[in-house]
Design a protein around this ligand. Structure first.
Ligand SMILES: Cc1cc2nc3c(=O)[nH]c(=O)nc-3n(C[C@H](O)[C@H](O)[C@H](O)COP(=O)(O)OP(=O)(O)OC[C@H]3O[C@@H](n4cnc5c(N)ncnc54)[C@H](O)[C@@H]3O)c2cc1C
Length: 272
């Protein structure tokens, strides 16, 4: 769609160029959301792709994923480091039912900043307990958990002019065993629930992340693998289920209980 109120597109070359962000001047990443609907309040787009950020930086600490990495890049990240959590990258990309054309442009950061409940990158990076590096408009940097960055249905804790720079996944998370489940009302429909479990073999802790079924990602933490009834009670205690065209709140709760139990059994097997 043409954004016919836009009269300026700035290809950012350095952080200083982001100083133009503010009322009516927004970051442009892949454009798959920005160009999908009218945005009459926008007059300036500041292109982040021209910053040329490396999509992935791997160190002993873990993995830093640039906000501008595309779903295609993430889904094809080589599996050559022995990360047990590696399958989760591709699995979560498949929760975005766009064609390869969408995957080629849609970015990790654009997905998280759009903050749809069914944002698969929000699901992925929350489940891995990743931290988001935010470049604040005032020039400061802050790191916050991705699960706290998305605050509700299309809302985030970003202020006007802030930019999501990257996501850091700790080596410990990459070494965890993970299990993934997704359900939608139709075969190629938007996710009604995405449920991800992560078992940390070092301290045997377990975290279940429920998303798409709730307005923001919800995380349930246990010191060890829970029993079926402990997990069910915890899932039933979540208070942010919601209803839209992609599923009713009570259905989302019910399927999350079923998927959570499947994940618990799968990771119990992996733990042995
Ligand atoms: C067929 C199709 C299916 C889709 N399915 C899904 C789906 O299942 N779930 C889902 O969540 N989305 C879905 N989308 C929407 C979209 O493709 C994704 O959310 C995509 O990841 C957005 O990324 P982008 O780089 O294109 O964002 P853009 O369109 O460039 O930007 C989106 C928003 O984020 C802001 N932004 C982008 N990057 C940053 C940054 N680094 N820092 C601060 N703000 C930033 C922009 O200013 C804008 O407000 C779908 C789209 C299509 C066309």
């Amino acid at each position: 769609m043409d954004l016919n109120t836009v009269n300026r597109v700035i290809p950012a070359r350095s952080r200083a160029d982001l100083g133009e962000l503010g009322e009516g001047a927004v970051p442009l990443a892949g454009g798959s959301v920005l160009f999908a609907e009218p945005n009459p309040s926008i007059h300036t787009l500041i292109d982040l792709q021209t910053l040329g950020w490396e999509p992935f930086v791997i160190s002993d600490d873990g993995l830093e994923v640039a906000a501008t990495a595309t779903l295609t890049q993430l889904s094809t990240l080589p599996d050559d480091r022995g990360w047990r959590a590696h399958p989760l990258f591709y699995q979560c990309c498949t929760a975005l039912f766009g064609s390869f054309k969408v995957w080629n442009v849609a970015t990790v950061g654009g997905n998280i900043c759009t903050a749809l409940p069914a944002g698969p990158m929000t699901s992925l990076f929350s489940a891995l307990d990743a931290e988001a590096l935010i470049w604040r408009a005032d020039g400061s940097d802050v790191r916050i958990p991705v699960s706290e960055l998305v605050t509700g249905n299309t809302t985030t804790s970003l202020n006007s002019g802030d930019v999501l720079r990257s996501l850091h996944v700790a080596a410990r998370s990459l070494g965890s065993a993970t299990a993934y489940r997704k359900i939608a009302l139709s075969a190629i429909g938007r996710s009604g629930a995405v449920v991800i479990g992560r078992f940390d073999p070092v301290d045997e802790s377990f975290v279940l992340t429920v998303s798409a079924a709730t307005v923001r990602p919800e995380q349930l933490r246990f010191a060890g693998l829970p029993t079926a009834s402990e997990l069910r009670t915890a899932i039933e205690g979540i208070g942010t289920w919601f209803t839209d065209a992609h599923g009713a709140a009570d259905w989302r709760l019910a399927v999350s209980v079923v998927l959570g139990e499947e994940i618990r059994l799968e990771l119990t097997g992996a733990a042995r």
